[in-house]
Design a protein around this ligand. Structure first.
Ligand SMILES: *[C@@H]1O[C@H](CO)[C@@H](O)[C@H](O)[C@H]1NC(C)=O
Ligand SMILES: *[C@@H]1O[C@H](CO)[C@@H](O)[C@H](O)[C@H]1NC(C)=O
Ligand SMILES: *[C@@H]1O[C@H](CO)[C@@H](O)[C@H](O)[C@H]1NC(C)=O
Length: 271
């Protein structure tokens, strides 16, 4: 056997094992698998309050005329207040395979100070958008289902608003936002939405191929200025979180995995 080839493949196999171990040990929540769904309820996003996380400033909310509110204590229009979602927290595509957007997040074993204004790189794993990727900033929280990690993508007209806030914000009938749990049903229906929501609505039928409930692999990334220029929300740990991604407290899956590497390497070297 050619010695060089043999050493190369041993090196390759061992490094693959070690990366797999590191991935298995990252139980911090900065990377993993998640499910997705859609929403656009016109409510003030949950990360729009001052004390939700350590960040430069909360996610902006808007008044009914879509102007940014300076008062981060303004109550949500979904509960009698005057603060609505700003329409520019809508998704847009950069090219056939990559988009930016916003999402409500839920990451198991954590609460919202963990994800508010963090950015996540999502890779869609199935369905019509399989293989496409997105970077989203978490502007909201998705506590309603906690059986898995979850990103609820903010897509105008992508789901109905449970509190009727969209109808109130734009002074239109609730029916223009489509069916309960579904939102509008085709591209043409986007034309009936209030003007600032139309492009984000079309994104769903065009780039996203009208997908729903796709699975993703996700990982936290430093927020791109494309997103923070819209929200002005940057977390204090936005540059430093990677150092926390591998926590020594979580060493036991890594140890178990490394034990496998040592055994596998011994077997390879001895054979
Ligand atoms: C719409 O929102 C409801 C309530 O959160 C959710 O159960 C449903 O799955 C959503 N629909 C889609 C298509 O994401
Ligand atoms: C799409 O845009 C992303 C982000 O700018 C870039 O990384 C990627 O290479 C682009 N892909 C194509 C096929 O142009
Ligand atoms: C973000 O804003 C800064 C300052 O206005 C600007 O220099 C930069 O080009 C913007 N980035 C993007 C991606 O829009």
């Amino acid at each position: 056997m050619n010695r060089n080839v043999s050493y190369q493949s041993v090196f390759f196999i061992i490094s693959t094992y070690i990366s797999a171990c590191l991935a298995a040990a990252d139980t911090s929540g900065h990377a993993g698998e998640a499910v997705t769904s859609r929403y656009w309820d016109c409510c003030k996003p949950s990360c729009g309050w001052n004390e939700k996380a350590h960040f430069t400033s909360p996610i902006p909310s808007c008044n009914a005329r879509d102007n940014i509110l300076t008062d981060f204590y303004a109550g949500t229009a979904c509960n009698g207040g005057s603060a609505y979602a700003c329409t520019n927290q809508s998704p847009w595509s950069v090219n056939e395979t990559f988009s930016y957007g916003f999402a409500g997040a839920y990451i198991q074993k954590h609460v919202e100070d963990y994800w508010c204004c963090a950015c996540y790189h999502l890779k869609f794993k199935n369905g019509p958008a399989e293989g496409k990727e997105m970077i989203v900033q978490a502007h909201n929280t998705a506590y309603d289902v906690t059986t898995s990690n979850r990103f609820i993508l903010a897509v105008p007209g992508g789901n109905t608003s449970y509190a009727g806030a969209c109808a109130k914000q734009f002074d239109v009938p609730e029916t223009v936002f489509g069916q309960p749990w579904e939102g509008v049903s085709d591209l043409e229906d986007c034309d009936n939405l209030p003007k600032p929501l139309r492009d984000g609505c079309r994104w769903r039928f065009d780039w996203f191929q009208n997908a729903d409930y796709l699975d993703v692999d996700y990982k936290r990334v430093t927020c791109p200025t494309e997103l923070t220029n819209i929200t002005q929300c940057i977390r204090d740990d936005d540059q430093t979180f990677t150092s926390a991604a591998f926590s020594l407290r979580d060493y036991s899956p890594f140890q178990r995995c490394m034990f496998g590497v040592i055994v596998a390497s011994l077997v390879m070297f001895l054979s």
